[in-house]
Ligand binder design. Structure first.
Ligand code: PLP
Length: 391
């Protein structure tokens, strides 16, 4: 027998501890349930993923068309090529929040906020450092913390505290390198009151903790609510992640920007220079054009929100009317196992939801609806859910 045919005594494991530590996603389970629902003849109503179904601004699409027609855009983009996007981001932050940021040192383009966060954690922390982060939260936070080798100290977001973190409850023994927050919040849709970030900034300053604010829902607000920026008060010790995915319906374009502390951003650029290039110049031009365009689709999401909340309340579910974001965070009465419920709902009715447990332990008992279908479809989804027994 040739040596090639013999299995080695101990086969090497081509997987790092880092990779093994990235938690499995409940969304894979949901994906399988959706496929089974379709196979058994149900029309799928997929409300499980927050991917906007609306169109980007025409100016963004036109900028992309023009770029693709220009072969000079086909090369690798250098940092200097990102100046127009950085300047558009700075102009947006000034118009929107009255902030005056230096586009050269206080803004870095991203391939989306998710990429930005994962690389930012690698840039500003060392393995073994502690990260304070919310539970429930956007699930990739868990993976990003694991990749960076961080110890996570969870901040429970509970209804009784309006889904805000209780920073006074963090023991003095917890020396956190960074605090990660996200308002308007995914998955709870919670928003923060005036003055919230001033208090959080002071708390972080006292403890030498970097404040990271993930802000992809900055413009998805309703009824006059204005989502504040964590940068109001200065960039020192704060990094905020902005995204074009939700506010301009450009999720597939993979583009956003980080704004804030120049030292943290210079470290981020260093990490990024080792692992990626900047987005295609045409995507950058589209993002810059979008940032110069007022957000659209708010009235569409608001009408969907109202339709779904009304239908869920008719079923006897508890659901707050959110002032922002594209989600409804709802509690079917007596729900104990949100994953089993979401799988059962998908399999037996074709309605796919995100189980609250997918976002953390504190998410149990809830489900999250993404408002990515018209009002009549949302009402139909609620009608179908009315017949699903709770596990
Ligand atoms: C809180 C939060 N952060 C980041 C993202 C991802 O943003 P991006 O598409 O810019 O990577 C999402 C997407 O759902 C999100 O909800």
């Amino acid at each position: 027998m040739s040596s090639a045919a013999q299995p080695p005594a101990t086969a090497p494991q081509w997987r790092s501890k880092r990779a093994a530590n990235v938690p499995a996603s409940v969304f894979a389970l949901m994906d399988a349930a959706k496929m089974r629902a379709q196979a058994s003849g149900h029309t799928l109503i997929d409300l499980s993923i927050g991917s906007s179904d609306l169109y980007p601004p025409e100016a963004a699409l036109e900028a992309l068309r023009q770029a693709t027609a220009d072969p000079r855009t086909y090369r690798y983009p250098l940092f200097s090529d990102t100046a127009p996007l950085r300047q558009a981001a700075a102009a947006y932050l000034e118009r929107r929040y009255g902030l005056k940021l230096d586009p050269d040192s206080e803004i870095v383009p991203l391939i989306g906020a998710q990429e930005g966060l994962a690389h930012l954690l690698l840039a500003v922390t060392d393995p073994g450092d502690t990260l304070l982060m919310p539970d429930p939260c956007y699930p990739p936070y868990y993976g990003a913390a694991a990749v960076a080798g961080l110890k996570v100290h969870s901040l429970p977001l509970v209804a009784a505290n309006h889904f805000l973190p209780d920073l006074d409850g963090v023991p003095d023994t917890v020396q956190a390198r960074a605090l990660l927050l996200n308002y308007p919040n995914n998955p709870t849709s919670a928003t923060v009151p005036e003055g919230f970030f001033a208090e959080v900034r002071a708390w972080c300053r006292e403890r030498d903790t970097l404040l990271i604010h993930d802000h992809p829902y900055a413009e998805l607000t309703y009824g006059g609510y204005r989502a504040p920026s964590a940068l109001e008060g200065g960039t020192s010790g704060v990094v905020e992640l902005h995204s074009l995915s939700k506010t301009h319906h450009m999720g597939g374009f993979r583009v956003g920007f980080a704004a804030g502390d120049p030292q943290a951003l210079s470290a981020l650029m260093k990490i990024k220079s080792a692992v990626d290039f900047h987005p295609y110049l045409g995507i950058q031009a589209a993002a810059a054009a979008a940032l110069n365009t007022p957000p659209s689709g708010l009235e569409v999401f608001q009408a969907r929100r109202d339709a779904l909340i009304g239908a869920l309340r008719d079923l006897g579910w508890a659901a707050e009317l959110p002032q922002a974001s594209m989600y409804v965070w709802a509690q079917p009465p007596g729900l104990r196992d949100s994953v089993a419920y979401a799988v059962r709902a998908a399999e037996t009715t074709g309605v796919a939801l995100a189980p609250g447990r997918a976002f953390g332990l504190e998410g149990e008992g809830y489900v999250r609806f993404a408002l990515v279908q018209p009002p009549e479809v949302l009402r139909e989804a609620a009608r179908r859910l009315g017949g699903v027994a709770l596990p």
